[in-house]
Design a protein around this ligand. Structure first.
Ligand code: NAD
Length: 263
């Protein structure tokens, strides 16, 4: 038996670093997975990858979805009605825009876009997952929302809209966890440290100074890998974490616990 045998799961941002690794693990552990992403071509490539890595996966499907659009999110969740409703949703889609800066220089439209995807997208995903779980009479469910370590520690290299959005995800997830605990629906926030995924690596590019400015804060001396986040998501999605609720689940190689890093 897989750790998610028979569970119906949605992964948003499934074509990206963390989302794809998570989909692969979910499929390996026996889940039925709906991969959703705003980018159709990326989603098609990601699906091909999952089929290559997990050839025995029975049900892995895709749906193009903009998480900032509620009717898109409703349609994504209702796609699982014929499967028996949602058991797990990983609200993971997010952006860190290149023009995001500090209080002075962040353009208002970048602020609004970031909140629309990173915060409203998580709200819509949580809302429609709860509606689906109730509709299908679920006695338990797991909702995992991707925040970030910047929801916990301040960064002198600013991306103010992004930081504010991830703080909102953390607070929202905590309240949702309290509100729905007696229904058996668990909500946890994942807090990844900077990773080797396109989201960060494309932004850092070849700028070694910019890279070092971040790398030096890791006691491990390295960025994290998407698979290391996916392993934590698998735990939070599975019944192994049945008494884990409302947490800020930090997967950061010790970064937020560190004062001075080892040489
Ligand atoms: P990624 O850029 O590799 O993947 C993000 C995916 O989200 C992409 O496939 C993109 O197409 C999709 N997406 C963007 N806008 C969307 C929208 N409106 N609707 C649906 N999908 C949309 O990034 P990743 O590193 O895998 O990040 C996943 C999550 O982890 C994000 O929420 C990010 O903020 C968070 N995170 C990442 C890091 C990091 O260093 N990579 C650190 C902390 C938190």
């Amino acid at each position: 038996m897989g750790r998610l045998e028979g569970k119906n799961c949605i992964v948003t941002g499934a074509a990206g670093g963390i989302g794809l690794e998570t989909t692969v693990l979910f499929a390996r552990e026996g889940a039925n997975v709906l991969m959703s992403d705003i980018s159709g071509p990326s989603l098609a490539r990601a699906l091909a990858k999952v089929k290559e890595l997990v050839p025995r996966a029975e049900k892995v499907e895709t749906k193009i979805t903009d998480v900032s659009n509620e009717s898109n999110v409703k349609a994504m969740v209702e796609h699982l009605d014929s499967w028996g409703g949602v058991d797990v949703i990983f609200n993971n889609a997010g952006i860190m825009h290149g023009d995001d800066a500090d209080a002075i220089d962040t353009p208002e439209q970048i602020w609004d876009l970031t909140q629309a995807i990173n915060v409203k997208g998580v709200w819509f995903g949580s809302k429609h997952a709860v509606i689906s779980m109730r509709k299908h009479g679920k006695k338990k469910g797991s909702i995992i929302n991707t925040a970030s370590v910047v929801a916990l520690v301040g960064s002198a290299t600013p991306q103010l809209a992004y930081t504010a959005s991830k703080g909102a995800v953390l607070a929202m997830t905590r309240e949702l966890a309290m509100r729905h605990a007696r229904e058996g629906f668990r909500f946890n926030a994942l807090c990844p440290a900077p990773l080797n995924t396109p989201l960060l690596q494309d932004w850092l590019g070849d700028d070694q100074a910019k890279r070092h400015r971040r790398e030096v804060h890791f006691p491990t001396g390295r960025f994290g890998e998407a698979i290391e986040q996916a392993q934590a998501v698998l735990f939070l999605a599975s019944d192994e974490s049945s008494f884990v609720n409302g947490t800020d689940f930090v997967v950061d190689g010790g970064m937020t616990r560190c004062y001075v890093t080892p040489e």
